[in-house]
Design a protein around this ligand. Structure first.
Ligand SMILES: NC(=O)c1ccc[n+]([C@@H]2O[C@H](COP(=O)([O-])OP(=O)(O)OC[C@H]3O[C@@H](n4cnc5c(N)ncnc54)[C@H](O)[C@@H]3O)[C@@H](O)[C@H]2O)c1
Length: 316
């Protein structure tokens, strides 16, 4: 791995530990640090992870505890700390509490990891990205959120299952708010090189307007469904987060739908939402100018307006 590759995960709850576990198994970083205000939990989680390091893809050191100094010199800091979404609660309900946590955390983290790229996972991640960017004063490319990377993975899994192909052969993205107004970019979606609406099996077209709409609804509802059953979503976001960490540390220049504070793209400014973006060392290199049809452009504005309203309510 070129340059440094220390990952610091803030918050050793369901999401933070799953992310650290995924990063350890995948060999995403050479050093993984877990920080949580719950010191015994962070220490125990780090110890448990370290005990398995013999079986990781690449050798990595794991440390953890309740002293924020453990994040010292991190190249990537992933923030998962905060209150979590309870059954029936929307991500936006969490906003106020989590903004206050960031106000306290960001200055301390910047002191220890002044050169890091910061990735917000805590919800509502789009709103928190704007708050964290303002608190930190970092350029938007160095502080962004996992956004709809997870939702895109959910979308591709559903489409791959229906088409009978591997997930990696599906090229489709969820964009907008990581939340209820997110939507898929069907106009550019393909399976291999085949536009999604032209995909056929022996009996004709597989993807109708109706089942595409139902798939989009399933993606939006996915988190609620998992939370209703097990109280949290953690494995898929852990894997999604580890993938983003790798893109940063390995300078992959991977196209991922992360959420950055926009400055005029699609006429949107001062709001963070997800759009396919190039992610490599140093952060988000470019938010792509992705073609969208009229309906998609309108849906993007609805997402931006929803987020702007929440920010106004919170005084961000
Ligand atoms: N963006 C996404 O795609 C996505 C997906 C799943 C969950 N999430 C979000 O991730 C967050 C974490 O979820 P979880 O299930 O891990 O919750 P959790 O309650 O299991 O863990 C949160 C952890 O944060 C810690 N914490 C609280 N304040 C802290 C502080 N000031 N400093 C350090 N640690 C602190 C808590 O002690 C706890 O261990 C939630 O906001 C959740 O909604 C986001």
């Amino acid at each position: 791995m070129p340059g440094g590759s220390k990952l610091a995960v803030v918050g050793a709850g369901s999401v933070g530990t799953s992310l650290a576990y995924a990063a350890l198994i995948r060999g995403s970083a050479s050093s993984i640090a877990l920080f949580d205000v719950n010191a015994p939990k962070a220490e125990a989680e780090a110890l448990d992870l370290a005990h398995g390091s013999q079986f990781a893809a690449a050798s990595a050191t794991v440390a953890g505890g309740g002293d924020i100094a453990v994040t010292e010199g991190a190249d990537v800091v992933v923030i998962t700390a905060g209150a979590k979404q309870n059954p029936g609660q929307s991500r936006l309900d969490l906003a106020g509490t989590n903004v206050r946590i960031l106000e306290q955390l960001m200055p301390q983290l910047l002191e220890r990891a002044p050169d890091a790229v910061y990735v917000l996972v805590t919800n509502p991640c789009d709103v928190l990205t704007v708050a964290a960017q303002r608190i930190s004063g970092l350029p938007p490319e160095r502080i962004f959120s996992s956004g709809t990377v997870l939702d895109t993975s959910r979308l591709r899994w559903l489409l791959a299952r229906r088409a009978g192909v591997s997930v990696t052969s599906v090229h489709a993205s969820m964009v907008g708010e990581h939340g209820d107004t997110e939507f898929p970019l069907w106009s550019g979606a393909t399976i291999g090189p085949v536009p999604i609406r032209d995909w056929t099996d022996g009996g004709g077209r597989v993807f109708t307007s109706e089942n595409l709409a139902a798939t989009a609804r399933d993606v939006v509802q996915a988190a609620y469904k998992v939370i209703a059953g097990k109280g949290a979503t953690n494995y898929a976001i852990g894997l999604s987060g580890a993938r983003i960490v790798e893109a940063l540390l390995r300078d992959d220049n991977a196209v991922l739908p992360v959420s950055t504070v926009l400055s005029g793209q699609y006429g949107i400014s001062g709001v963070a939402l997800s759009l396919p973006s190039v992610v490599g060392r140093g952060g988000v290199h470019r938010v792509l100018d992705t073609p969208m049809d009229g309906g998609e452009l309108a849906a993007l504005q609805v997402s931006a307006d929803t987020l702007r309203n929440t920010m106004d309510t919170l005084g961000i």
